[in-house]
Design a protein around this ligand. Structure first.
Ligand SMILES: [Zn+2]
Length: 69
């Protein structure tokens, strides 16, 4: 099972109406809050729906980003 963390950037199967398909994870838990990186729109959706809509993780915030903060 994939663990998502705040700060991860994911790509969804279905693009946002604005045309962007990359989202930054802003909150995890029962509900996920994600922000469209193209238009800045914030969307909240339940975890199962989020996991189903993610196609790939573009950038993980877990390991390789520690020095960046
Ligand atoms: Zn958008």
């Amino acid at each position: 099972m994939i663990r998502y963390q705040v700060g991860d950037v994911v790509r969804t199967r279905k693009p946002h109406p604005c045309g962007g398909d990359q989202w930054e994870v802003m909150r995890t838990g029962i509900d996920f809050r994600i922000k469209c990186l193209t238009c800045g729109r914030v969307v909240m959706l339940p975890r199962p729906k989020f996991e189903k809509s993610v196609r790939a993780i573009v950038r993980s915030n877990s390991d390789d980003n520690q020095t960046g903060k």
